[in-house]
Every structure is written in C-alpha cells, then in structure tokens.
Design a protein around this ligand. Structure first.
Ligand SMILES: NC(=O)c1ccc[n+]([C@@H]2O[C@H](COP(=O)([O-])OP(=O)(O)OC[C@H]3O[C@@H](n4cnc5c(N)ncnc54)[C@H](OP(=O)(O)O)[C@@H]3O)[C@@H](O)[C@H]2O)c1
Length: 237
C-alpha cells in the first residue's frame, strides 16, 4: 500500500518506459501529468491523468511553457524524465542540426525542466527527480559518440545536482537501463535479440521508479543499473 499520494510529472509518457511508468503510478493512486509532442496519442482519459503537449527540442520556447506548466500544476512534487531519443552512427553521419537536436532532447531540455521546477520543488516537504539515463551513461560504445555524450552529460548533471538538493529534501536518482523492449528501436538499425532474456521490459524500469519514489524519505537511491540477463543485439540488415 502506498499511502503518500504524489503529483508526478512524467516526460515522454506517450510511449515505452514513460508510458509504463505513468500507468504504474496511476495504478498506485498518484496524480500523473504526462508530456508528449502530440496529446492526441493519449486516447483513453483517466481521472488522475493530465496530458501536456510539449516539444522538448524547441528550447527557446521552453522557459515560457515551463512557467505555464508550473502555474497550472503547482502540486508537482516528483518528475520522471523519460523523454529521449536514440540516434546512432559515426560522428560524420550527423548534421550539425541533428547534433543539436539530440543533445537538446536527451540533455539540455532536462536541465531546463529541472531549472524551471527546482525552486518550487525545494519548497515542498519532499520531492523527487528521477532521470532515465542508460547503460550508455556508463561506457562509450561504437556509433554512440553523441548518444553516449548526452547520457554521460546527464549522469554528471545528476551527480552534481544531488549534492545541492539534499538539504532541501529533493532526492535525485539516475536509472541506467540496458536495452528495453520499446519503440525506441523502431528507427534504429539494431534491436535486442528475440529471447525474453535479451531485453528489459518497460515495466521493469517502472518497478525501479516505484521503488525509488516510495522509499524512505531520508534515504536517497542515487543510481540504479538494470540489465537484461543476456545481452544480445540483433542487426536489422
Ligand atoms: N529502450 C531502450 O533500450 C532504452 C535503454 C536505455 C535508456 N533508454 C532511455 O529511455 C528513455 C525513453 O525511451 P523509450 O525506450 O521509452 O523510447 P520511446 O518508446 O521511443 O519513447 C520516447 C518518448 O520520448 C518522447 N519524445 C521524443 N522526442 C521528444 C521531443 N522532442 N519532445 C518531447 N518528447 C519527446 C516521445 O514522445 P512523443 O513522440 O509522443 O512526443 C516518447 O514518449 C530515453 O531517454 C532513452 O534514451 C531507453
């Protein structure tokens, strides 16, 4: 039983990991605000779910949109940062706008969102910031120069942020999954192997988020690494 009901902002709640987290939190009785670029994707309304349309790569518009978001939902006391994108290739295959866009969605927008909400979160009796990093935040890998850079940046950010937030009862956690069975791979040249042990399920990550969120307030879970039992990568020709 989870007696403390929270108001949780979940970015990227329309798909994959964010969607599984939003569902799990709703099942536990929390209020959930879910972001997507297209709120038409949320077809089934839920009394405790509020959709918000937000393009996190449009950085110049973000400060104003985030101010409005905060005014509309002053009760937010947790944010789960799931919006993100996988794009892989050698560096020369990326155009300059593609580099900027990947860093914006996977890193800079998350900093903007944190920056916008942090003053209010610090005034709450307790709050949580939970970021979905990746195994790519821990080790550079082939064709992953930019993706790994975006996730390493996120990891450095969360490690430093944790230091400045604890005294205000804001907990900062980074969850680093290996491959997860989601539409993340739809436009990529590879995917996890076909065996159930080759990929995590988005619900596994939701379980970890639930553990962090519901853990004793005086404890911080700083980082969690999750991996499929047997890592197998399948290349799609
Ligand atoms: N799947 C994996 O193997 C894996 C492993 C480790 C880490 N991760 C990380 O987990 C996070 C979620 O990935 P996923 O697997 O759940 O992928 P997914 O199913 O493709 O979901 C991505 C989510 O991000 C949102 N998004 C993408 N671009 C956006 C933008 N410009 N503005 C706002 N929202 C945007 C999408 O929303 P809309 O398209 O509706 O706007 C969608 O809800 C990412 O940060 C990813 O790097 C994934």
């Amino acid at each position: 039983m989870h007696t403390l009901k929270r108001t949780v902002l979940v970015t990227g709640a329309s798909s994959g990991i964010g969607r599984a987290i939003a569902k799990r939190l709703l099942q536990q009785g929390h209020q959930v605000i879910g972001t997507t670029r297209d709120s038409g994707k949320f077809i089934r309304p839920h009394p405790r779910f509020s959709p918000v349309q937000l393009d996190l790569t449009a950085l110049t518009k973000l400060p104003k949109q985030l101010r409005e978001l905060e005014q509309r939902f002053p009760a937010i006391d947790a944010v789960i940062f799931c919006a993100g994108k996988g794009q892989f290739g050698s560096l020369e295959e990326f155009s300059y706008p593609q580099i900027e866009s990947l860093m914006s969605i996977n890193f800079t927008s998350q900093v903007f969102l944190t920056r916008a909400l942090l003053p209010a979160l610090k005034r709450k009796p307790r709050s949580d910031l939970i970021y979905i990093g990746s195994e790519a935040a821990l080790k550079g890998s082939r064709k992953g120069a930019l993706y790994c850079a975006s996730k390493f940046a996120l990891r450095g950010f969360t490690q430093a942020l944790r230091e400045e937030c604890g005294k205000n009862d804001v907990r900062v956690c980074l969850i680093n999954p290996g491959m997860v069975n989601t539409p993340f791979f739809d436009n990529l040249a590879f995917a996890p192997g076909d065996n159930a042990s080759n990929a995590l399920e988005p619900e596994d990550v939701a379980e970890a988020v639930s553990y962090v969120l519901n853990s004793r307030a005086e404890m911080v879970v700083d980082e969690i690494n999750l991996n499929p039992l047997n890592k197998v990568v399948k290349f799609k020709k």
